[in-house]
Each structure stands twice: as C-alpha cells, then as structure tokens.
Write a protein that binds this ligand. Structure first.
Ligand SMILES: NC(=O)c1ccc[n+]([C@@H]2O[C@H](COP(=O)([O-])OP(=O)(O)OC[C@H]3O[C@@H](n4cnc5c(N)ncnc54)[C@H](OP(=O)(O)O)[C@@H]3O)[C@@H](O)[C@H]2O)c1
Length: 325
C-alpha cells in the first residue's frame, strides 16, 4: 500500500513495486501483520508532520518471518518484529508483503506470536514503557490509584490491561460513553470521562486524586493530570491526541515533588527495546488482547486510519498483510 502525495492530498493505494523499492537492509521480512497506530494515521494526513517525503509504504509496525538475512543474528525462518526508528515514516513500513530493515532494528519474538506482537504493536510497547517508567520511579499498588487517559486508545487500553494485571487499581478516563464495559473487562476499577471536565477552571494545583498516571493525550488533559497527582507521584507522558501545548506551572513539581516522565518508543536503543519485548511476552504480557483487538485486511487500512484520526477508533487494529493483498 503506497502513500503518494498529489495536489495537497495523500492517496493510499495498492501497487505492485519492484524489490529495489524496499531499500537497503540486512534482513528481509515476509510481513505477516502490521497494525494501525495514530502515527500511521498522521502519515496519510496532509501536513501530518511525520512523513517528509512521499511516496512511502506506511505501517510503523512489522511482524513476520525472516526470508533472507546477511546478519549472523538472524536466520531464515526466525519470527521477528521491527518498529520505530524510521519505519513507516522515512523508510518503507509494514503495509507491504515484504520489508527490508537493518538487523539492529529487529527483535526476535519470544513468547508472542506474530499476531499477538502486532496486536501489542508500537502503542502497546509504549504502554509497557510507560508502566515500566512508573514502577522504576518506585510506584507500587499500595501507593494508590493510577489514572490512564485516552483509555480506549492503543496506548491507553494496553496500559489499563498491563497495570491491572500487575495489581494496580486503575481509573480509566475516556471520551467514549459506551466504553465502560470494555474497560472494566480490561481491569479498570473506575471509568470516568475525559479530563478536565468542561466547566473546570485551570488551576496550578487541584485536590490530589491519583498516585500516578499514564497519559497519551497531552494538552489540557496533561496539565490537569499534573495538577491532581499526589505527593511524590509521576506521570508517564507519551502522546498528543489532545494537543501538543501544555499550559501548566512548576507548582506540581516544586510543591508536591511530582515527576513528568517522558516516554519515547521511536529512538529507544535496540538492547532496551529487545528487553521490553521480552517482558511483554512474560510478566508484562497484556492478558486481554482478545478484548482490545480487531483485525482488518491491509487493503482496508485507510478507513481504519481515518477512524483513528477522527477519534472514533477503539483498542488495537491488527492489519493482516500475508494473504490479504
Ligand atoms: N512517545 C511515543 O513513542 C509514542 C508511541 C506511540 C504513540 N504515541 C502517541 O500517543 C498518542 C496515542 O497513540 P495511539 O496509537 O494510542 O492512538 P489512538 O489509538 O488513536 O488513541 C488515542 C486516544 O486518545 C483519545 N483522544 C482522541 N482524540 C482526543 C482529543 N481530541 N482529546 C482528548 N483525547 C482524545 C481517545 O481515547 P478516548 O476516546 O478513550 O478518550 C483515543 O482513543 C498519539 O499522540 C501518538 O502519537 C507516542
């Protein structure tokens, strides 16, 4: 599926391209699955800000099977994944039958199928990084409730699942009024609306409500969350669906010792990336992927990406590539 720009619009269409279109790399992967992320939606949005040059094959997640390797670390038949770095934004991504990538971007699958790894994908990986950042900060279930914003989104839903699995009491914040049952099935104890509530006046400090938060919304939501975290708590911030600008003050930091933990999945060095994927197949494994996951053939991915951009999408959509063209 090749994204091309013309007259300020971006089209995403099925094309047959030659092997040289895949570019350089030590490892060639027959793609089984990709997935649909917010960043993939931006890749086909005019002025989306993530792709510099078209044409490109989008798809920031790739899972599949090695079919050729010049690297001693990978052999034909290995089940692997790759995501982040330049994939799907300045180098061709996963919405194609084959992908060629540098060996030091590739992770061998351990404890997860290619479909499970795609269901987790970049969004779920970011959720795992966020939870790890909070527990590395010292957060334990005894500290109190943990808020997850954008809770039906990819990052949010996997974060709810992982946190609940680790024994945390999770408060899920969502704009979708019909999402209560699904979020409860993932393990959320309480479901609330988007933050801040419409009539709330922005204040530097509010009543403390949560010990910590996983926030992929940013904007006014993040400002409100920072003002409501308890003493010594932390917010793992990864996203900007609610806006990039955060209007806050230093007061939560200097009067309550609150920490703002930045989460980046894109440039994360490969050694740490491999460690976190190993955890995702073991102790951080999301237990309710079946609740979160839907599947779409790669030829239908454009409609899924539009639903992500307009905020109506829920959970994680696995994009079936092998056999779907
Ligand atoms: N830092 C990183 O490495 C990294 C990695 C992955 C993703 N991200 C970023 O994290 C964010 C979420 O990614 P995703 O793939 O999880 O996207 P997603 O599946 O589209 O989820 C985003 C969720 O945010 C909420 N939302 C949407 N529009 C909103 C608005 N205008 N105001 C407030 N909430 C809104 C919705 O949840 P509810 O309807 O439940 O409220 C939506 O489901 C994106 O900004 C993405 O770029 C960053």
């Amino acid at each position: 599926m090749v994204a091309r720009e013309s007259d300020g619009k971006i089209g995403l269409n099925r094309e047959q391209v030659g092997d040289d279109f895949l570019g350089e790399g030590d490892v060639t992967i027959k793609v089984h699955y990709s997935s649909a992320n917010y960043k993939d939606a931006l890749a086909i949005t005019p002025k989306g800000g993530v792709v510099r040059n078209y044409p490109i094959i989008p798809g920031i997640d790739i899972t599949g099977e090695v079919v050729a390797s010049d690297s001693p670390d990978f052999t034909v038949g290995d089940l692997v994944l790759a995501h982040g770095y330049e994939l799907g934004v300045s180098r061709n991504g996963g919405y194609a039958e084959y992908s060629r990538v540098p060996a030091d971007w590739v992770v061998k699958l351990d404890g997860l199928t290619t479909r499970e790894a795609a269901a987790i994908g970049t969004a779920g990986f970011t959720a795992a990084l966020s939870v790890q950042a909070l527990t590395d900060h010292g957060l334990t279930p005894e500290d109190g409730t943990v808020l997850v914003t954008g809770a039906t989104g990819g990052v949010g839903s996997v974060a709810v699942d992982i946190l609940a699995g680790l024994g945390f009491e999770v408060v899920a914040s969502t704009g979708k009024t019909d999402a209560g049952e699904t979020l409860a099935a993932l393990g959320a104890k309480t479901v609330i609306g988007r933050l801040p509530e419409p009539e709330t006046k922005p204040r530097p400090l509010n009543k403390t409500q949560w010990a910590a938060a996983v926030d992929s919304v940013g904007g006014a939501s993040l400002a409100y969350v920072l003002s409501s975290i308890g003493y010594g708590g932390a917010v793992a911030a990864s996203g900007l669906t609610g806006g990039a600008a955060v209007d806050t003050t230093v007061l939560p930091f200097i009067l309550r010792g609150v920490s703002l933990l930045g989460i980046d999945s894109v440039q994360l060095p490969i050694a740490r990336r491999r460690e976190v994927w190993e955890l995702l197949g073991a102790e951080l494994r999301p237990e309710h992927l079946d609740v979160i996951e839907s599947i779409a053939p790669v030829t239908d991915v454009e409609a899924v990406l539009h639903s992500i951009k307009d905020g109506t999408h829920s959970g994680r959509t696995v994009v079936q590539v092998a056999g779907a063209f």
